[in-house]
Write a protein that binds this ligand. Structure first.
Ligand SMILES: [Zn+2]
Length: 364
């Protein structure tokens, strides 16, 4: 365990001694769901078969299933599942990664078969483990050990050298070891996968509004700099599907918190549109008497906020790949905790370093 010098408050775990958490389901609260614990998934084989290059914009609710990923993304069919991948990461020969989607899977949700990858009260543990097995198989990561954190909307980052003996609480993980499949679970929050191409180090980050406010992605990059000697200019970042600025309504107090922390926060917020009001972002400027009162809620674009943090950290613009799929707009394809009132599944975003051959471990 290493004391973190960068922000003075967090510790980093380098070996399998972790704070213990109950491997139970914690039926979520507040804005986002929060499952879960670590688990090892295993076996089968089957890799990606089809690929679709897809256009830009989302389909309607009934366009069911076809991803329509953003530019720079590809949707692949494998084992009855649809996997989203960032082309820039797919090109890296030592890397494996994928963002799951909703269709397929063993779980039943309101009469629909879904690929729920997080433990939840409405689903069985067996289904989730089976879904994880299928997902790993679909991306060709059968032999990898999945490390899913117990996410707590924090800025706690774990560095893994091996599979942890106990589940870990936190919201980001990083490693330079092969065979570990770092995972974050989301259903609206922003999943971010990072890869340092020079040092061969990777990270997976979960950023809801709290994590974004706490700069978790920037801190993860800082951690990778300290631990692996990573340089932001050598890094790729893939920001996966999340709730978009179109749908993510938050109270103005959230906006105020962001404004107190980030000089460019106003770029990430928008007013709710009713159709005929000018006065954009009046709430930011303390309206003088006589003007219309500031709105109670505003729209927050978490992707923009995290992209800005990545740029500030030193990543090159062309190395940041952002999915424009909105979890709330695309419930045919994704899970939205918000739009589905909490009873929904979890998407999994994973990244891992392939075995080099020399470092292969038996049965893993
Ligand atoms: Zn939306």
């Amino acid at each position: 365990m290493i004391k973190d010098a960068s922000n003075g408050s967090r510790s980093v775990h380098l070996n399998p001694v972790q704070p213990t958490v109950e491997p139970t389901l914690n039926a979520s609260s507040t804005l986002f769901g929060r499952p879960d614990y670590t688990v090892t998934a295993a076996m089968p084989t089957n890799t990606l078969k089809t690929r679709h290059k897809i256009g830009s914009k989302g389909a309607d609710r009934k366009g069911a299933g076809r991803a329509s990923a953003s530019k720079g993304w590809t949707e692949r069919d494998a084992g009855g599942l649809q996997i989203l991948q960032a082309d820039a990461l797919t090109k890296i020969p030592w890397l494996i990664h994928g963002f799951s989607t909703r269709p397929g899977g063993a779980s039943g949700l309101a009469g629909e078969k879904v690929l729920n990858l997080g433990f939840a009260e409405w689903d069985t543990k067996e289904n989730v483990l089976e879904n994880r097995r299928r997902f790993q198989s679909a991306i060709g990561a059968d032999s990898f050990t999945l490390i899913a954190l117990k996410q707590i909307h924090s800025d706690v980052i774990h560095l893994f050298e091996d599979f942890p003996a106990e589940p870990c609480r936190g919201d980001a993980s990083a490693t330079n070891r092969s065979g570990l499949l770092l995972a974050v679970q989301t259903a609206d929050c922003v999943p971010i996968l990072l890869a340092d191409l020079k040092r061969r180090a990777i990270a997976a980050v979960h950023a809801g509004w709290r994590g974004t406010l706490q700069r978790i992605v920037a801190k993860t990059i800082g951690k990778m700099q300290m631990q692996f000697g990573s340089r932001p200019a050598d890094m790729l970042a893939a920001i996966g599907p999340s709730i978009g600025g179109c749908c993510y309504e938050v109270g103005t107090e959230v906006a105020s918190e962001f404004r107190s922390q980030f000089s460019n926060a106003s770029d990430w917020f928008d007013e709710l549109r009713t159709g005929d009001e000018p006065n954009p972002l009046q709430w930011l400027n303390m309206a003088p008497p006589g003007h219309q009162p500031p709105p109670k809620n505003v729209l927050l674009d978490l992707r923009k906020a995290n992209r800005a943090q990545l740029l500030d950290a030193g990543l090159r613009e062309q190395n940041i790949i952002v999915s424009d799929l909105c979890t709330a707009c695309r419930r045919d394809l994704l899970f939205s905790h918000r739009k589905e009132a909490g009873t929904t599944g979890r998407l999994l975003s994973v990244i891992g370093i392939k075995y080099s051959g020399l470092s292969s471990r038996n049965n893993r």
